[in-house]
Design a protein around this ligand. Structure first.
Ligand SMILES: C[S@@+](CC[C@H](N)C(=O)[O-])C[C@H]1O[C@@H](n2cnc3c(N)ncnc32)[C@H](O)[C@@H]1O
Length: 302
């Protein structure tokens, strides 16, 4: 058997096209990931191979050789993914709306469902621009800086401020927000930005929202690799939401708006925090692309 015919060595099998070669490697890896319970095995296998080969998933069809070293690196990454390390930790990046963020240990990996909340923030900031104002936007609990960076990129007229409590997460946000003009500070959402009281147009927040006793139900990627400070929030998962409600009321100008992500089981409980406070109008809940309750919005009435 030669290098041409032995798939365990590296190259293409005789008469195998580039598309067939990478397809074969991806299929074998996807089977391994599926057996390990990875939710999107085909996508993840293709992403990891593309990462190792320095190309994109569509670009895999154009690759005509995979060296022994590349194959070994791919194999090692597939093994780590099968052990449920997040895909984004293995590639080092997460895509969020139109931006790429550096992510890794110590920071919450941005999720696709949060793109909807960020999109709402973009729309509200753009609406203020249309009214001739330069909107002030605050991202509380910024993590990697995903929502702040998304809004700053899509609405360059916005003045964006972001706060994060964790030192480890802050280091990632500093890296992602460098040179963007976003005002990033370390601090607690409870007393963040006293200098902006009553001046903010839009507050966005993806707070921790999982009840402490739901630990066992959290997927291994999140439970073992997202910081616990990013996930858990008291017995009912709404502790940070209550703090957010008070901070948003302090920061917003009259008529300013807040949007906050919550767990899919909090479609009534999370908006109820705002309704109970008695100072919000237009309290609404919004669903994600899978039809699950995902984020609330409200307007400061006074
Ligand atoms: C669910 S993550 C969201 C991160 C990012 N906004 C995103 O959507 O990808 C929640 C973040 O809130 C931070 N956090 C938790 N408690 C906080 C507090 N009291 N003040 C500020 N940030 C806090 C965590 O460290 C974590 O980075």
């Amino acid at each position: 058997m030669t290098r041409e015919t032995d798939p365990s060595i590296s190259g293409r099998r005789a008469a195998e096209t580039p598309r067939e070669l990478t397809g074969r490697l991806v299929r074998a890896a996807a089977e391994r990931l599926a057996a390990a319970g990875v939710p999107s095995p085909d996508f993840d296998a293709a992403e990891l191979l593309a990462h190792v080969l320095g190309t994109t998933r569509p670009g895999l069809a154009l690759v005509d050789e995979v060296t022994e070293d590349e194959r070994a690196r791919f194999d090692a990454l597939v093994g780590r993914r099968a052990a449920r390390e997040p895909l984004q930790h293995l590639t080092g990046t997460a895509t969020f709306r139109y931006v790429e963020l550096a992510v890794g240990p110590g920071v919450f990996t941005p999720r696709p469902e949060t793109e909807l909340l960020a999109g709402w923030g973009v729309e509200r900031a753009q609406a203020a621009v249309t009214e001739g104002r330069s909107p002030v936007v605050v991202d509380l609990c910024t993590g990697s800086g995903a929502i702040a960076l998304g809004i700053a990129t899509e609405v360059p007229q916005a003045r964006v401020h972001a706060v994060e409590l964790s030192e480890d997460a802050l280091a990632w946000a500093e890296r992602n927000l460098a040179g963007t003009g976003v005002d990033l500070r370390q601090g607690d959402l409870a007393d963040a930005f006293p200098d902006l009281d009553g001046e903010v147009d839009v507050v966005v927040c993806n707070p921790p929202y999982i009840p402490l006793d739901a630990y066992e139900s959290v997927a291994p990627e999140a439970r073992d690799h997202d910081p616990h400070l990013a996930l858990f929030s008291g017995d009912d998962g709404l502790q940070a939401m209550r703090v957010l409600e008070r901070t948003a009321a302090r920061l917003l100008r009259p008529g300013g708006v807040v949007g906050a992500e919550h767990a899919d089981v909090q479609g009534e409980a999370a908006p109820a925090v705002f309704v109970a406070a008695g100072r919000w109008a237009d309290v609404r809940d919004h669903r994600d692309l899978a039809g699950r309750p995902r984020y609330l919005t409200a307007r400061l009435a006074r």
